[in-house]
Design a protein. Structure first.
Length: 365
């Protein structure tokens, strides 16, 4: 069982009214946990929706208010930056698809509320990667400084090219041609995702994934990523996406059917399981039953529970126990094992462990 201090942030998100009983020490800890999880602005948004802003002590409120101000400014910046990307790519004869946070903003989804951003992710056809990269470079974006090894790793094995950073604004774009690497165990068809993409209003040439696809992509991102410093933030994204989409009566059937079509049933199973655990997301039993064949065996599931209940918690000392470092290592190895076959994985991990630390200007792949 978790102690109250270890569960404080997810407890607040599950039951916002609990803050009315917080001590000053608990408010201090909530601020620290929420900051480490990238969720200060979102917690404020949750408390505002429940008319609990006045319950926040003045000494803690400025932390939440500052984060909310930053989130609002970042959303304006994302809209402006997306328009700049659109301008840079307008000469190309195909639309680009926004992924993750920027898609939530441009589609005006509840998952945009209180969301902070590190970069903008776009999806384009693989055959057009060269044209897209050239157009963005002409508009001021240039590859970030990576080692020769990581440049080759990205371009040969990954589902994206090396990140591009603007020379003046320092904004970063991740250009994807798929949502998982070619070497991954699962191969969702990018053409199928593009076929069902939805146009963004008043933004010609800009699209977002269809409702079910954006949820599946979010789940896949969480459960194929080996480093999860903001894992709980990503779960709150999914929670908001699901609550919004569930207003459609046939949504859950469409979601589980689509997961099977795209070979993403296992990722969706884990996402729904840990959404229930951390956030009490209302998920019908019928949805879990529809994913029965994607449920791992009892031993594997017990192991995954011990890993993900630790690594999806905020990356803060109060949320850790003596097994947390081992769980984070296991999640890292698992993610790479899912993304690469063993004959590629072992040399890659050896290089990252024993060569990369001694290379200058290295950004891990």
């Amino acid at each position: 069982m978790k102690s109250r201090s270890r569960d404080l942030l997810s407890c607040t998100l599950r039951s916002p009214d609990s803050v009315t009983r917080f001590s000053m020490g608990e408010w201090d800890l909530l601020v620290r946990q929420a900051r480490s999880a990238g969720l200060l602005a979102r917690v404020r948004d949750v408390l505002a929706r429940h008319q609990l802003i006045e319950a926040i002590p003045a000494v803690a409120r400025w932390h939440f208010d500052a984060a909310a101000t930053l989130a609002a400014k970042q959303q304006l910046a994302v809209r402006w930056e997306v328009d700049k990307i659109r301008t840079a790519l307008k000469g190309l004869a195909f639309p680009f698809i926004l992924l993750k946070g920027s898609a939530y903003v441009m589609a005006n989804l509840p998952a945009a509320s209180g969301r902070l951003f590190n970069d903008i992710d776009i999806l384009v056809p693989r055959a057009q990667l060269g044209a897209v990269e050239a157009a963005l470079m002409l508009a001021g974006w240039h590859p970030t400084l990576l080692s020769d090894y990581d440049q080759r790793y990205y371009r040969r094995w990954m589902h994206e090219i090396p990140p591009l950073q603007h020379a003046v604004r320092a904004t970063v774009i991740d250009v994807h041609h798929a949502i998982l690497p070619d070497t991954a165990r699962y191969h969702p068809d990018s053409a199928t995702l593009r076929h069902r993409a939805v146009a963004v209003a008043d933004m010609p040439g800009v699209q977002v994934l269809a409702t079910e696809d954006r949820i599946l992509h979010s789940a896949t991102h969480v459960f194929h990523d080996g480093e999860l410093p903001h894992g709980l933030r990503d779960l709150t994204d999914l929670d908001l996406l699901l609550r919004d989409a569930a207003a459609n009566p046939d949504f859950w059937l469409r979601l589980t059917t689509r997961a099977n079509e795209l070979q993403l049933g296992r990722s969706l199973f884990y996402a729904l399981r840990y959404l229930r655990y951390f956030l009490d997301t209302p998920i019908p039993d019928s949805a879990m039953a529809a994913l029965k064949r994607d449920k791992p065996n009892r031993l594997t599931l017990a192991l995954m529970d011990r890993i993900f209940t630790r690594v999806l918690a905020p990356d803060h000392a109060s949320c850790a126990d003596r097994f947390t470092p081992a769980a984070r290592l296991a999640a890292f190895v698992r993610a790479h094992w899912l993304r690469m076959p063993v004959h590629l994985l072992i040399p890659h991990l050896l290089h990252k462990a024993f060569v990369s630390p001694y290379q200058r200007n290295e950004k891990p792949a």
